[in-house]
Design a protein around this ligand. Structure first.
Ligand code: F6P
Length: 362
């Protein structure tokens, strides 16, 4: 019998986290009389000398949070409890602190809302005997099994609106506008927002581009009377034979993901140099992660949160809720992280984009 559970939000935030928290709490309390605690700042809230940083999540606490962006619990994407930076250098495995704290608090199951990093931590904690149910979150949409992660749709809305706005200023000034969007090593945001925003060129991590081909596509457009062009580039896009660009150096001591960025400005410079086009770059950055969730993400977050609470009550663990077609299902967490879900370069979506005239710079 499950009596007390805890909720954690880990990794980069995204719109819809609060919708999930609210649904977990209302379902767990309302349907099962389960007590719910919130862990602050991801699993960091269960480590450290000051004791656990947890607080009760009551119906009062979650009232009104559905449309709020971010997470009322806070989050962290700076590492894993299995490989934390040690004072004075090196890394240390602090996962046992989490096991101990959960035991002290009498927590039966943790609902871990997160992306691939959080699901990996959840799977590893499972090996230590911690019961975890996962809820897939990320604007990158790069988790396997689920058709879509919540947060993706809201990020798409922001990116698409930005592209719409860039069209008019691009037309006025006869410019090439390059827009760099997030997504890490997956091109889902770039591909969907590029198609939705009517981009002329879309550059993805999954389809290495050639600068010459990008320039040729732009010159061809100019020759046929097009006065402006829009290039949407994923932050993880790579030139053929080249590497992704990063804003930071590789960390030698611990396992924190590096910060992608810079490819948008690089391409804008390359285009201007190659054909003299008046070119500007816009890096959308964290505006894609902020703000109120879209209606789709509110609904998906609510469905995921309810499903996670039902799964916990049934004694399920080591599993993640997921969207498959019209249904919310659950699957082993390890299936979701076996490999990242990437854009298929020969898939229907890429072919549709090509059919409407999009160049992928190849
Ligand atoms: O994974 C979500 C994401 O927004 C990626 O698209 C991006 O590369 C990364 O997080 C940015 O992380 P940070 O918030 O640490 O800059």
């Amino acid at each position: 019998m499950v009596r007390r559970i805890a909720v954690s939000t880990g990794g980069g935030d995204c719109p819809g986290l609060n919708a999930v928290i609210r649904a977990v709490v209302t379902t767990a309390i309302g349907d099962y009389g389960i007590e719910v605690f919130g862990i602050e700042t991801g699993f960091d809230g269960l480590m450290g000398r000051g004791g656990a940083r947890v607080r009760p999540l009551t119906l009062d606490v979650v009232r009104g949070i559905l449309p709020e962006g971010g997470t009322i619990l806070g989050t962290s994407n700076r590492g894993s409890p299995f490989a934390m930076p040690r004072e004075g250098g090196g890394i240390v495995d602090r996962s046992q602190e989490i096991v101990d704290r959960l035991g002290e608090l009498g927590i039966d199951t943790v609902v871990s809302i997160g992306g691939d990093g959080s699901m990996r931590i959840a799977a590893q904690l499972g090996e230590l005997g911690v019961k975890v149910v996962g809820v897939p979150k990320t604007i990158d949409n790069d988790l396997m099994v689920t058709d879509v992660t919540f947060g993706f749709d809201s990020a798409l809305q922001v990116a698409t609106e930005a592209i719409d706005r860039l069209h008019s200023t691009a037309d006025s000034h006869h410019r090439v506008m390059v827009v760099e969007v997030m997504g890490r090593n997956a091109g889902w945001i770039a591909l969907h927002a590029g198609i939705a925003g009517g981009a002329d060129i879309i550059l993805l991590p999954e389809i290495p581009y050639r600068t010459q081909a990008v320039v040729q596509a732009l010159v061809k457009r100019a020759r046929t009377g097009r006065k402006s062009s829009i290039v949407v580039v994923a932050e993880g896009a790579v030139a053929d034979g080249g590497d992704a660009l990063y804003l930071d150096r590789p960390a030698s001591t611990h396992t924190v993901a590096r910060r992608l960025g810079g490819v948008g400005n690089q391409i804008a410079e390359d285009i201007a140099e190659a054909c003299g086009a008046d070119t500007r770059a816009t890096v959308l950055g964290h505006v894609q992660r902020g703000g109120s969730p879209s209606p789709f993400d509110r609904v998906l977050g609510t469905r995921f949160g309810c499903a996670a609470a039902h799964l916990v009550a049934r004694g399920g663990h080591g599993r993640m809720v997921a969207l498959r077609g019209a249904d919310v299902i659950d699957c082993p967490i390890v299936d979701a992280i076996a490999e990242p879900k990437l854009v298929d370069p020969d898939g229907e979506l890429v072919r549709a984009a090509k059919s409407v005239g999009v160049s992928f710079g190849i």
